[in-house]
Design a protein around this ligand. Structure first.
Ligand code: CP
Ligand code: NVA
Length: 306
């Protein structure tokens, strides 16, 4: 069964074909009304359930539109409204939902719950963000960079700020797509050591920095994310510790002259990035948000191909 919980177990050739499929489906329906179904309707009759334990705008709407454009349908479960929210086990929930729907996307507080859900489920399970990773986001990000003309292999991407869930998925992607990743974080905000070690063991180039200027030197892409992720309790401390890691025009000047800027959104202008960067000509953030739809169509198709 093809779960999409992290990039690690998916061979690079399959990740490449997911990206290619995302791009060709996007091109094939260019200009069509958003509610129309792709001509081949590859997921006709299939239903996706989406479980949310945390807030979401992009993931919720892009997955909903994705399954519709593939010919299927979706239903949204806010976990607090379900028996999960009253303590029904993850395993029982997985077994029950597997009798009703064809795939489940989960945005969860605990990555381990997504793993447990997938073990008990008999349908594909997709990680729509956990505290540990956000693999669907990175597929959209990489699609965006390729569409903007970047050849991923051999390129240099700089992650500035918190070594969080989104940073983790960039680390996972580095050896799969052959880009090098420079990560600049203050002490205490390092990415998970096991992610860095595994990426390096798989011939990925991951360089860790304390100085954002050094991390962005010569970078083709600069990436920022919120300093306070969903579930983080220590907002005041984070904002204080991470303040020197804000992406400003001044910092962008140290990157490659044509460097692009990414941010998965939602953004906090003036905290992790200045408005003139995120709203400026190097920013691809709205293409990136749009590509969540296209990348996830390809992920859904990969999960559900029979
Ligand atoms: N980038 C992202 O996952 O956005 P949402 O939290 O709005 O889904
Ligand atoms: N790191 C952020 C990403 C939001 C899409 C969070 O987990 O809240």
């Amino acid at each position: 069964m093809n779960h999409f919980i992290d990039l690690w177990p998916v061979p690079s050739g399959e990740l490449r074909s997911i990206l290619n499929n995302a791009k060709s489906r996007k091109a094939a329906r260019k200009g069509a009304p958003r509610g129309t179904v792709d001509k081949d309707a590859p997921l006709a009759g299939r239903t996706l359930a989406m479980i949310f334990e945390k807030n979401s705008t992009r993931t919720r709407v892009s997955f909903d539109m994705a399954i519709r454009q593939l010919g299927g349908s979706s239903l949204v479960l806010n976990s607090g409204d379900t028996q999960l929210g009253r303590g029904e086990s993850v395993e029982d929930t997985a077994k029950v939902l597997s009798r009703y729907v064809d795939a489940v996307m989960i945005r969860a507080n605990r990555h381990d719950d997504v793993e447990m859900f997938a073990k008990a489920a008999t349908v594909p399970v997709i990680n729509g963000l956990t505290e540990k990773s956000h693999p669907c986001q990175i597929m959209a990000d990489l699609q965006t960079l390729e569409e903007a003309g970047l050849e991923l292999k051999g390129s240099r991407i700089a992650w500035i700020g918190d070594g969080n869930n989104v940073a983790a998925s960039f680390i996972h992607a580095a050896p799969k797509f052959g880009f090098s990743l420079s990560v600049a974080t203050p002490p205490g905000y390092d990415p998970q050591r096991q992610d860095v070690e595994r990426a390096r063991a798989e011939q990925g180039r991951i360089d860790l920095f304390r100085d954002p200027v050094k991390a962005v030197a010569g970078a083709d892409v600069v990436v920022a994310d919120t300093f306070v992720s969903m579930g983080d309790k220590d907002a005041a401390r984070r904002l204080r510790d991470l303040a020197p890691f804000k992406v400003s025009e001044d910092l962008m000047r140290h990157a490659n002259g044509k460097a692009m800027f990414l941010h998965c959104l939602p953004a906090h202008r003036g905290e992790e990035v200045d408005a003139d960067v995120i709203d400026g000509p190097r920013s691809l953030v709205f293409d990136e948000a749009e590509n969540r739809l296209h990348a996830q169509k390809a992920i859904l198709e990969w999960c559900l191909r029979s």
